[in-house]
Write a protein that binds this ligand. Structure first.
Ligand code: XIL
Length: 374
């Protein structure tokens, strides 16, 4: 008896020997990076090459790296490209931890984000930089440091958070740091122009944590003013990075309107948008994990649906994929003393409802135009 081609294929599909391959394929199709890619979005996460076993040490955990390989198309070093790691004192310049992450990214054919060339925030600036006391020294430092870091990584960095958090959220004005005191807006101009010169193909981003809250009004207004100034002074900035360390309280109607007005104003100035540091704070949610996880997932879905409606959003990165490595464990702890559940995977590396919520948001998102470059 002859078997038709169709019958033969059906037999093969039913044969248990092939089942694992099919399962694997189906799993790959459902990865966050695949679901996001179908809509023209790069999905990824932060990873930290700090001390193994510590909050910042996810890079030495093989199970964590497996999640990155399965789920992510783009990676950002959590601390390794910050000045306090590269150049904590004037005589040090160390790109070794950043290079280790960059090698992993390259070997796994992922893209790399850079964070950040100037974290213009007094708390996160090495002492020697906070103490610079002449405009010449501040200018020289920016030119030399950014040239060294950008030319070292060159085209390997797809997108750079050139300047991070330079606005004081209480006033919307430039933060008072050695750089802004000595150079004013020129500190920012020099940073972007130098990045453009030494990483000409990288997307250049301004990154900050403004959000829709009523107490963020001045922050949002400050960001809009700054983005306008970048345009009118021809400073080469391509996109606004929205950190997105969101809480678990859904936006009310007024907040939705105000946040939409903000995003509309940003995109009207022809900036792209990115979600650079996504996680969901669960500080005040009930202790019970099931209730908490459901609330975190609902907040994630609501926020991503809102954001992904903007076709200008083409990168979404979590600030960590597994709870035990989340920076939030050390930031505003919960009153009941339990660990936070702010990322897509739990401490046993099992996907949580937040991961499914993110998958559903990618599936529901409209398609956007092709990525900037391969
Ligand atoms: C955090 C890291 O996650 C911590 O490990 C580090 O101690 C402090 O910085 N906004 C940012 C990130 O732009 O760089 C911060 O990362 C989290 C808030």
């Amino acid at each position: 008896m002859r078997t038709s081609r169709r019958e033969f294929c059906a037999m093969l599909a039913g044969a248990s020997i092939l089942a694992p391959t099919f399962d694997l394929h189906a799993k790959e199709q459902r990865s966050l990076k695949a679901l996001a890619a179908k809509k023209g979005i790069l999905f990824g996460s932060a990873v930290g090459a700090g001390t193994s076993g510590s909050l910042t040490g996810s890079f030495s955990d093989p199970e964590y790296l497996k999640i990155l390989k399965d789920e992510c198309a783009i990676i950002v070093p959590e601390n390794e490209l910050k000045s306090y790691v590269i150049s904590p004192t004037s005589d040090k310049f160390d790109l070794e931890p950043g290079d280790r992450i960059a090698a992993f990214v390259r070997n796994n054919r992922m893209k790399l984000r850079g964070h950040t060339l100037l974290w213009n925030h007094p708390e996160y600036m090495p002492k020697w930089l906070a103490e610079l006391d002449s405009a010449t020294a501040a200018r020289e430092y920016l030119l030399r440091y950014i040239q060294r870091v950008c030319s070292h990584y060159g085209d390997r960095i797809y997108s750079w958070d050139v300047v991070n958090e330079t606005l004081d959220p209480k006033t919307g004005e430039l933060r008072d740091t050695s750089f802004t005191r000595l150079l004013g807006f020129d500190a920012l101009r020099i940073s972007y122009e130098t990045a453009k010169e030494y990483a000409p193909r990288a997307q250049l981003v301004y990154n900050d944590y403004m959000s829709w809250g009523a107490d963020h009004e001045k922050h949002r207004a400050g960001v809009l003013k700054l983005l306008e100034q970048f345009r009118s002074s021809k400073v080469p900035v391509d996109a606004l990075g929205i950190q997105s360390h969101i809480g678990n309280v859904p936006m009310d109607e007024t907040q939705r309107k105000e946040w939409k007005a903000f995003l509309d104003a940003v995109t009207a100035m022809d900036y792209r948008l990115l979600i650079t540091e996504f996680d969901v704070g669960d500080k005040d949610l009930p202790t019970d994990f099931a209730t908490r996880d459901a609330r975190v997932a609902a907040a994630a879905k609501d926020y991503l649906d809102f954001m992904l409606a903007y076709r200008e959003v083409d990168q979404v990165l979590c600030w960590g994929m597994v709870d035990k490595y989340s920076w939030l464990q050390g930031f505003k702890p919960r009153a009941d003393g339990t660990a936070k559940r702010s990322t897509p995977y739990d401490d046993a590396y099992k996907a949580k409802p937040m991961r499914e919520a993110m998958a559903a948001a990618f599936e529901a998102a409209p398609k956007r135009r092709a990525l900037l470059r391969s």
